[in-house]
Write a protein that binds this ligand. Structure first.
Ligand code: SF4
Length: 400
């Protein structure tokens, strides 16, 4: 069974005004954090053995994956990152064909760091470009400019990486569809194989949330936002990127296996402050508190960690249970996660796992959305239509 591991690296050079991911700019405990993360990897490896890991819902590419996200994993000394990756590979007996990704920022990634990442086994880079328009980058409060992003792509390629993903943010004040298309065209010319496009959201607790008076309409009208979404998606497809999830498009053979594991209800382990995991019936996480994380990982015993993962111990300093899922919760999650993908719900796989037909469990939601033209059935799959994708969040509400 494949194993999926998410590592949250909770340090950033500066907080971007739109970002609600957990990260801190006080990097004074960086070394302690990575030592604690190594201990967590070793503990988890010893507790869970080699066989944990499930992928019940599809027969997609299901190799092992490790994903270093954040925060900004490219900010710390690369030795700290590569030591942690080596510890994870050893503790979990990660297969040699695993997909191993690291998110990097143009402002902190260097040729030396990239070379070390590659030597340690990283084989996929996710680059936080967000835009190739300096004005848009300024609005987003990013530390890099367009030239910095293009330089970073060159460095990544020179270091030998071929599996490269770039992020773009759409719906930023001042941004145009033509500008987004220009960025995508540049990515295509530079050999970027995977593009994630995220609509700018106003998340509570961020500087943007206050600045734009708490309403997304202050930023962009819903009609323009939809036009950008369609225009972006159509252009991506025109250039050979297949959209396989609402926000993700890739050239053939370059879908993110790690992200797909989330949408396929696979189990995944969480390492690091602010990281969230899913094992058996448990959705669990580490609190957004790097100090509490370090303290806990330096003191917790394997027995206590095991008891926590088995649901017999809760509310530790850093670790906490978010939710214990019932069978009904899991079925709702499948609907929620899989309807975001263009593959949709695989009805035979669903029946195999849950012993019931998806269309019996969600009869009302399925029938009403098919009638409205928002959902379509193709042989043994159910998926959102183009109009359904437009209002995916509203359609998915019917299944929750
Ligand atoms: S660099 Fe990334 S994680 Fe850090 S604050 Fe900016 S968007 Fe958030």
């Amino acid at each position: 069974m494949a194993r999926h591991i998410y590592v949250h690296n909770p340090f950033c050079a500066r907080k971007c005004p739109y970002c609600d991911f957990y990260s801190v700019t006080d990097t004074s405990c960086t070394e302690e954090f990575y030592k604690a993360a190594i201990r967590e990897a070793e503990l988890l490896g010893s507790i869970t053995g080699e066989n944990t890991g499930t992928n019940p819902l599809t027969d997609i590419d299901n190799r092992d994956t490790v994903y270093f996200g954040g925060g900004t994993p490219s900010l710390p000394d690369s030795k700290l990152i590569t030591e942690l990756l080596r510890a994870i590979k050893k503790a979990f007996s990660i297969a040699s064909d695993a997909e191993i990704t690291i998110e990097v920022n143009p402002s902190s990634v260097t040729t030396e760091k990239l070379t070390e990442y590659r030597e340690a086994g990283f084989n996929r880079i996710s680059l936080g470009v967000q835009s190739l328009d300096d004005e848009v980058l300024k609005t987003l409060g990013r530390l890099h400019d367009a030239k910095g992003a293009l330089d970073a792509i060159e460095k990544i390629k020179k270091a030998g990486f071929t599996n490269i993903s770039a992020d773009l943010i759409t719906g930023v004040p001042g941004e145009t569809l033509d500008g987004i298309k220009k960025d995508i065209k540049t990515f295509r010319e530079l050999g970027i194989k995977h593009i994630s496009t995220y609509s700018l959201m106003l998340e509570e607790g961020t500087a943007f949330y206050d600045r734009y008076n708490k309403t997304i309409e202050e930023l962009i009208s819903p009609d323009v936002e939809r036009e950008m979404y369609h225009g972006t998606r159509a252009f991506l497809n025109e250039l050979g990127y297949e959209t396989y999830e609402i926000s993700n498009s890739a050239m053939s053979g370059f879908k993110s296996i790690h992200n797909s594991s989330y949408w396929n209800s696979c189990e995944y382990f969480a390492i690091g402050a602010g990281a969230h995991g899913f094992l058996g019936d448990l959705r669990y996480g580490h609190r957004d508190d790097v100090r509490a994380y370090i303290e806990e990982m330096n003191t917790i015993t394997a027995d206590d960690y095991k008891a926590f993962l088995e649901g017999n111990k809760s509310d530790l300093k850093s670790l906490y249970i978010e939710e214990t899922l019932t069978k009904e919760d899991k079925m709702r999650e499948v609907a929620f996660l899989r309807l975001r993908t263009t593959e949709g719900i695989l009805l035979d796989e669903f029946k195999k796992v849950f012993g019931v037909e998806f269309e019996d469990v969600f009869a009302d939601a399925v029938n009403s959305n098919i009638e409205k033209g928002l959902l379509e059935r193709k042989q043994r799959t159910l998926r959102l239509t183009r109009s359904g994708l437009d209002i995916a969040n509203i359609v998915i509400e019917d299944f929750l």
